[in-house]
Structure formats: structure tokens, C-alpha cells
Design a protein around this ligand. Structure first.
Ligand code: AMP
Length: 144
């Protein structure tokens, strides 16, 4: 069996993130692969831009600072150095695919909620990452 060489773990910074990251880390360790960690911040303007006539920049800065601190905490807890942490801004699926290609990742690890029904089998982000990925994708089941 060929080994993975470059594993990219995507976390949404929810309480599931530690579990998803630990799975990714175990696989990377077993394969002797490099481990990268990414979180993508979705700009508020994507959700509210057209509807609410308001300047989001202050809140957006605050969100970015918080996300950065949380990403750093996860990375430090798992011994992932600064060059292997990635904070991106945009749509999660798009940014995860782009960073995976840039890094030459051969495995992307995401969390997936075990909701019933095919459409709900995977959360929308996990599903989006799976479709269009140019490498393997592992969906780690998270309970909720
Ligand atoms: P969801 O589809 O939102 O239930 O998320 C499922 C999984 O997709 C999460 O466990 C993460 O692995 C990944 N994910 C969701 N949102 C993000 C995000 N903003 N940045 C990085 N990964 C994410």
C-alpha cells in the first residue's frame, strides 16, 4: 500500500476539532507524512453583505483574531509548527481545495456528522470538500 506523504486536516474550530485533528495526526504519524492544519474564515459579507447596509470590518477583524488564536491553540496542543498552520479567508471548500493543491496534499481530513438520510450523511462542507478534491478525503465521524 502506498503511503500518504502530506496530510491536510481542516477544522471548523468547533468542539469536534480535537477529534478530527487527532485522527489526522495518527494517520500522518503512521505514514510518516507531514501534517498541515487549516481553518477557513467565512467573510461576514458572504452571508449578510447584500442585505444589511453595515460596515462589518471591525467585527470581521475581531473574528479573525479569535480564529487565529484558536487555530494556534489547536496547533500548539498537537505540536504543529507555525509553517504548517493555515488560516484562509473565503469559502471553506474552495480554500481547502486550493491549499491542498498548493501543498501537494494527498489526503484531506474533515469531520462528518452522522445525520440520517443520504443528503444529511455528511455536513455540507465535508460533502463539498469530497466533491472536487484531487486527492483522497477522509471523513471522520463526529457524534452530535
Ligand atoms: P460541516 O459540513 O459544517 O458540518 O463541517 C464538517 C467538517 O468540515 C468540519 O468538521 C471540518 O473538518 C470542515 N469544516 C467546516 N467548516 C470549516 C472551516 N470554516 N474551515 C475549515 N474546515 C471546515
Amino acid at each position: 500500500m502506498s503511503e500518504y506523504t502530506n496530510v491536510l486536516v481542516a477544522i471548523d474550530l468547533s468542539e469536534d476539532s480535537t477529534h478530527v485533528l487527532q485522527r489526522g495526526q495518527a494517520i500522518a504519524r503512521n505514514h510518516g507524512a507531514q501534517l498541515h492544519l487549516i481553518h477557513v474564515i467565512e467573510p461576514l459579507s458572504f452571508a449578510y453583505g447584500g442585505d444589511i447596509p453595515m460596515d462589518f470590518s471591525g467585527i470581521q477583524d475581531e473574528i479573525q483574531q479569535q480564529a487565529n488564536a484558536q487555530l494556534e491553540r489547536h496547533a500548539q496542543n498537537h505540536g504543529i509548527d507555525a509553517q504548517h498552520r493555515h488560516l484562509a479567508l473565503g469559502r471553506p471548500e474552495t480554500e481547502i481545495h486550493a491549499r491542498a493543491e498548493e501543498l501537494g496534499a494527498d489526503l484531506i481530513v474533515v469531520g462528518s456528522h452522522g445525520r440520517s438520510g443520504f443528503a444529511l450523511l455528511m455536513g455540507s462542507t465535508a460533502n463539498g470538500v469530497l466533491h472536487g478534491a484531487k486527492c483522497d478525503v477522509l471523513a471522520v465521524r463526529v457524534l452530535k
